[in-house]
Ligand binder design. Structure first.
Ligand SMILES: NC(=O)c1ccc[n+]([C@@H]2O[C@H](COP(=O)([O-])OP(=O)(O)OC[C@H]3O[C@@H](n4cnc5c(N)ncnc54)[C@H](O)[C@@H]3O)[C@@H](O)[C@H]2O)c1
Length: 248
């Protein structure tokens, strides 16, 4: 894999899967803009790690559910590096609750951060990718968006939305040399899954055919491949990285 001369934006890149994606893209040569929201320290730490590999990158704090912040994120990328070749829509949150107890706020928050953000970021980078006649959009969905999960109606709806959005964008921009794909991780060991109780964890693990949780690196490897020139003929696809869990 070689992503030299490519500029990537990774949303939610300060920790977990986003951090692993940012580091992997840098490892294969890309310049990486590490986005995150809230405390800047994690994203700045990832940029330090990227620089320690003798690669370039910068941290840009922005709320990906805000149009003004997303426009600033992409404008800062263009001002600094004059191009944007890869967008990884990774930022995401959970607000789990059984549907009867789910509040309007739980719903709206998850839809904004997990789905509206994908629309805003993709629209903002596409203007540049269309002009460049080159681009890779990889969005992190979830197998929950394919098979569902009790307590995650908001999250599952947002992740299923990412899949429909990705298939549509793939068709709209294919003629411009731009691909759009989604990755559907299964059960990956991060802060997000730390919130699960031990009983829930063991029950989930017993449903993974490979028998163990995935790592952020497992997801990052798949993202990096989809971002390469070698993946040019793959678009509108959903790749499950789930140890066989979804079984679809
Ligand atoms: N961990 C899993 O098992 C798993 C499974 C399937 C899908 N996913 C998806 O993978 C992605 C990353 O998950 P993770 O487990 O690394 O989560 P995480 O909670 O460890 O990291 C998420 C990152 O997104 C950032 N973020 C949150 N809101 C943001 C906002 N409004 N703007 C910008 N950044 C924001 C956070 O600050 C954090 O750095 C998410 O989209 C998640 O839904 C995770």
């Amino acid at each position: 894999m070689d992503l030299s001369d490519r500029v990537a934006i990774v949303t939610g890149g300060g920790r977990g899967i986003g951090r692993a994606i940012a580091l992997k893209l840098a490892e294969v040569g890309a310049t990486v803009v590490v986005n995150d929201f809230g405390d800047p320290a994690p994203a700045e730490g990832v940029v330090e790690e990227i620089k320690a590999m003798n690669q370039s990158g910068m941290a840009v704090m922005a709320d990906v559910s805000s149009v003004a912040d997303v426009d600033r994120l992409v404008a800062t990328t263009i001002d600094n590096y004059q191009q944007v070749d890869i967008l990884v829509n990774n930022a995401g949150i959970t607000r789990d609750q059984l549907l009867l107890r789910m509040t309007d706020e739980d719903w709206d928050m998850v839809m904004s951060v997990n789905l509206k953000s994908v629309f805003l970021c993709t629209r903002a980078v596409l203007k540049h990718m269309v002009r460049q006649r080159r681009g890779r959009i990889v969005s992190i969905a979830s197998i929950v968006g394919i098979v569902g999960n009790a307590g995650q109606a908001n999250y599952a709806a947002a992740k299923a939305g990412i899949i429909g959005f990705t298939r549509t964008v793939a068709k709209e921009v294919a003629s411009r040399g731009i691909t759009a794909n989604a990755i559907a991780p299964g059960f990956i060991d991060t802060k997000m899954t730390e919130q699960l109780g031990e009983k829930q964890r063991q029950e989930l693990q017993s449903r993974i055919p490979l028998g163990y949780l995935g790592t952020p690196r497992d997801v990052a490897e798949a993202v990096a491949f989809l971002a390469t020139e070698e993946a040019r003929y793959i678009t509108g696809q959903v790749l499950n990285v789930d140890g066989g869990m979804a079984g679809v």
